[in-house]
Design a protein around this ligand. Structure first.
Ligand code: KG4
Ligand code: ZN
Length: 353
């Protein structure tokens, strides 16, 4: 079973080919960072236009990489949501058109469910008898969630952020520190020579989330907006004077984010009994976070799975891989009348199965 997957939910134009395993036969991606860098964030209009311009070439590249022609494709999948409406629409409509042309089924994929399933793309995951149920921390620019993943597309949402996402906190924090976009990698680089204990920033491990935050465990939630505000106040009183000072602020800020995330993972491990621990999403590229969580996993006697760097940030490999599972399980394809779902939360409980 071979699936062509397309991902255009934000500013990455991506196409990939996957088969059972999951095995990724091709992964083509074009990052638009250069087009948005000057604006300090993603500009939706620029992103959508770039997707229209670049997607055909990216799809061709994926097929070439896989060494396949169109006749080998058994299904076409695309991210249906959540994401920027104009960006989502480009990949979703293109994938539907391809499915019609090829007379193959079409699958609309939930971007966050694809991220959650991406632990299966970790190099050692396929060979591991102990992958699911996995406690997975999903940390990206738009989302921060903690889920007990029981299998492809099957999960229980334990906790999530009550305000900003971890990646958003890093991106906004970087801007305040005078670092470039995207902020996460910039903070990681700056933090390398800094002292993580130089500034005591607040931790945002929420233990009593508001009732309107739909999660299974209100004591496993996160809050990052206070951290960003604390940074703003700190910088107003202590403006950055040199690179050493910037490094200390970056290291301390990064430590607050990592510490908050790890605290809630440890809390969840007090009552859940997963067979592995995973971390996915763009912020999972962060080496300090990986180091901290692999230590948590080691202390709990669990294997730790994190996808290769290219499958942490937005990519189509995770979209294609999840659709392969849906095809394999004979799930109903998505109707060609279906539309994008720009605001599509993770489901609470088992109804998402
Ligand atoms: O998953 P992703 O590509 O896009 C979303 O779906 O949001 O995640 C992007 C986020 C950005 O906030 C970026 O700053 C962060 O991932 N990021 C990192 C690193 N690389 C990317 N954060 C911390 N350390 C990194 N090395
Ligand atoms: Zn993402």
């Amino acid at each position: 079973m071979i699936v062509l997957g397309i991902e255009t939910s934000c500013d990455e134009t991506a196409a990939a080919v996957a088969r059972e395993g999951p095995q990724i036969l091709a992964n083509a991606i074009h990052s638009q960072i250069a087009r948005h860098g000057g604006y300090g964030g993603v500009v939706p209009e620029i992103a959508a236009r770039a997707h229209v311009e670049i997607l055909p070439m990216v799809v061709q590249t994926a097929l070439l990489q896989a060494g396949l022609d169109w006749s080998a494709i058994d299904a076409v999948a695309a991210t249906q949501g959540p994401g920027l409406p104009t960006s989502l629409a480009v990949g979703f409509q293109a994938a539907k058109a391809l499915a019609v042309r090829l007379k193959k089924p079409f699958f609309g994929v939930h971007h966050l469910e694809a991220h959650l399933y991406s632990i299966a793309l970790a190099p050692d995951a396929a060979r591991s008898p102990a992958l699911f149920p996995a406690l997975v921390l999903l940390v990206s620019g738009g989302h921060t969630a903690l889920a007990l993943v029981e299998g492809p597309g099957r999960y229980r949402l334990l906790g999530q952020t009550v305000d900003d996402a971890a990646g958003e906190a890093l991106d906004k924090g970087a801007k305040l520190m005078g670092l470039p976009y995207p902020g996460g990698p910039a903070i990681e680089r700056a933090a390398q020579s800094g002292n993580p204990r130089a500034v005591q920033f607040p931790r945002g491990a929420v233990v009593n989330a508001r009732r309107d935050v739909r999660v299974e465990r209100p004591d496993c939630c996160f809050s990052f907006s206070g951290l960003k505000t604390a940074l703003r106040y700190y910088l107003a009183e202590h403006p950055i004077e040199d690179e050493a000072g910037r490094a200390d602020v970056a290291a301390s800020y990064q430590a607050a984010v990592v510490d908050t995330l790890a605290t809630q993972v440890v809390r969840a491990l007090e009552f859940e009994r997963p067979v592995s621990l995973g971390c996915v999403g763009g912020v999972a590229r962060n080496s300090e976070l990986r180091r901290t969580l692999s230590e948590v996993a080691r202390r709990h006697g669990l294997p730790f799975f994190v996808p290769p760097m290219d499958y942490c940030t937005d990519n189509a490999a995770m979209v294609a891989a999840l659709a392969v599972e849906r095809l394999r399980q004979s799930d109903l394809p998505t109707s060609l009348d279906a539309d994008i779902v720009p605001s599509w939360p993770l489901q609470v409980g088992r109804e998402a199965c």
